[in-house]
Write a protein that binds this ligand. Sequence first.
Ligand code: SAM
Length: 280
Amino acid sequence: MSDHRTETREYVLGTDPVELDRLGVQHRLWGDAAHALWRRAGVQPGMRVLDVGCGPGYASIDLAQLVGHEGRVVGVDESEGFIGELNRRAGVLGLGQLGGRVGDVQSLGDLLGDEGDGFDAAFARWVLCFVPDPAAVIRGVVDRLKPGGRVVLLDYFNYEAMTIAPREPILDEVVGIIAEAWRARGGDPDVMGRMPGVLLDAGLEIEHLGVHQRVARPGEAMWAWPTTFYASFLPRLVETGFLSAELHRAFAAMWERASADPSRFKALPPVWEMVAVKPG
Ligand SMILES: C[S@@+](CC[C@H](N)C(=O)[O-])C[C@H]1O[C@@H](n2cnc3c(N)ncnc32)[C@H](O)[C@@H]1O
């Protein structure tokens, strides 16, 4: 492995406009799972909610509309660009109850010192899989939760199980490279396998554990999830030396063929969900 593949701790998926738009598509495709989980966790008007690693705030905006003007939503993300976008959108939508903070979610105590009352819920979707120390994130969250407050997680375990039918060895190879690049930046595409232990160690009680195994077919909306991910992330993997330009071209040709073939389907990476409560 050459040095330039590991020298930076920059967030592995990047924060450019293509990624910003991809997160919007992703939220539209997965918002149903988030809303169902928030309902299960009892999120309702008047509550105070933390959106941990909120990105440009697609979920934060939904949460802010859910808790209403009597509630409060604070989004935290290390990307200044994403938090700028969240605050801009909150202003346009008149959501005074929503505010973004720039910072590392592994140091939430430093970031939320002036937030006053504790939170009723903390939501973290597709964030713990990117941080080197998810236990530090959860410890920071638990410190800021009210007794009876809930931690609500959506993230990956068994990520590399994603595949296409009929199988394409090049897809399995590229998925392996994606996971390798992710781990090289301190992330873990299997993070949800560790989270029950992390939550229990932090003194929480686990109320719910479930999984979404979704399928995408060419021509369906969900096919855009992998398509936009490959369009955003694979060029970065070429730039950073994880993926060769030749393999990228071969993969893109395979994906284009599959996208035009109604007999194909993709088994998407399993997305796991958990709700845990801080004892009262
Ligand atoms: C895949 S995006 C998910 C964004 C959002 N949670 C959503 O579901 O739309 C991951 C986000 O985690 C943020 N992130 C990664 N590591 C972080 C860290 N250590 N501290 C704060 N934010 C981080 C990135 O900037 C990015 O916005």
